[in-house]
Design a protein around this ligand. Structure first.
Ligand code: NAP
Length: 340
């Protein structure tokens, strides 16, 4: 096991803020993971897994923990009767996984192209985009339980997936080491979101008939809306889109008749695009305080500029939450996880 000390989390997280991790271990296999967990318990420190660092806010002060840089690499494809099992190590980059699947002409994850991060992080917040969620095609998740000190497996049902939710968000003792997906060779494109229609209207000749061209379209669409991570510090959408009871949605709709709403949780609730509230009721596109800003092309996305601190990001998030509460009376919650 190779332990590094006082490693800057600014360089390991895409928001590009934060201080040092007391210890950092690169985890490439189960042996590394067990050794790191033993080291952490000998030093009475928690372990904190980190994938691509694209959905976390690191604290400004030193993080007293053993940070596990999850880099377990492998992808295997197994032809089953009607599906193909893709088994993947937690450290594989999500987009490398997507490229492998579309090269094999497998349907199921193409709408999730372009999301940053690693395969192991994907189930934690049940990443989703354009009408698909990773939970739709997960067969099981493999993990190490640091409390029980044993390797465990969760079926998709046991993962307790919800909208950008899973049990892994709350159970910090579970370190995901691998994910098994069931994909299909006989799928069909799911290109009903308005962004697809707009893109196809503007790019006559482009088609979405194979997993490869759907993934291509999704990446093109995302390029226009989401900031380039090489240019900005960002974690993509900073807040979750609110899922509201029907009565709350109806009363908001009286105030804002144009407010879009989408049925969620089997029609028992309504999901609203928070970007619409930020844009149409608060005019917050491009709103900036110090080194933190809401991205002009998609105001749900927060970007940081050079010199930003985690405290600034937190203060900014509080300001936005309060503004939303004032105009809409709803509480919003970060999608980004705060490491402290
Ligand atoms: P968008 O397409 O402008 O959509 C905004 C909101 O409206 C989202 O909540 C989306 O639901 C919902 N929506 C739009 N059309 C819908 C339809 N036909 N049926 C049901 N719901 C609909 O969102 P965006 O911000 O530009 O992001 C593009 C996609 O990437 C979205 O699907 C978004 O959720 C996804 N995304 C995911 C993550 C993540 O997994 N962490 C981060 C950033 C963006 P959905 O959220 O269910 O799609």
């Amino acid at each position: 096991m190779n332990i590094e000390e006082f490693v800057s989390l600014k360089n390991l997280t895409t928001l590009r803020v934060g201080g040092n991790a007391r210890y950092l271990v690169r985890v490439e296999n189960l042996e590394d993971l067990l050794a790191a967990c033993n080291f952490a318990s000998e030093h009475s420190l928690p372990v904190i897994p980190l994938g691509g660092g694209s959905n976390v806010l690191a604290p400004d002060e030193e993080l007293s923990a053993v940070v596990l840089l999850m880099r377990i690499p492998f992808i295997t494809y197994e032809e089953l009767e009607t599906t193909v099992r893709v088994h993947c190590g937690a450290g594989v980059e999500w987009n490398e996984f997507i490229d492998g699947c579309v090269e094999q002409e497998l349907w199921g994850v193409e709408n999730l192209a372009g999301i940053p991060g690693t395969v192991g992080a994907a189930p934690v917040q049940n990443i989703g985009a354009y009408g698909a969620s990773v939970s739709d095609c997960i067969e099981y998740v493999e993990a190490y339980d640091t409390a029980k000190k044993k390797v465990v497996t969760f079926t998709a049902e046991e993962c307790e997936f919800g909208y950008r939710e899973s049990r892994f968000k709350n159970e910090k003792n579970i370190i995901i080491t691998g994910v098994s997906f069931l994909l299909t060779r006989s799928g069909a494109p799911n290109c009903t979101y308005p962004d697809f229609t707009t893109y196809m209207r503007e790019h006559v000749g482009d088609v979405c008939t194979t997993p490869r061209n759907v993934a291509f379209l999704v990446r093109e669409i995302r390029k226009k809306k989401f900031p380039n991570m090489k240019e900005y510090g960002t974690a993509g959408s900073f807040f979750k889109n609110p899922v509201l009871p029907h009565a709350v949605y109806e009363s908001l709709k009286k105030k804002y008749p144009e407010l879009p709403g989408f049925n969620e949780e089997g029609g028992t609730a309504v999901k609203i695009p928070l970007a619409w509230i930020l844009d149409h009721t608060l005019s917050l596109r491009g709103y900036r305080e110090g080194n933190v800003e809401l991205f002009n092309n998609q105001p749900l996305v927060l970007v940081t500029h050079a010199g930003a601190t985690a405290q600034e990001v937190k203060n900014f998030a509080t300001i936005i939450s309060e503004k939303v509460f004032t105009v809409a009376g709803i509480k919003i919650f970060p999608e980004v996880q705060f490491l402290k």
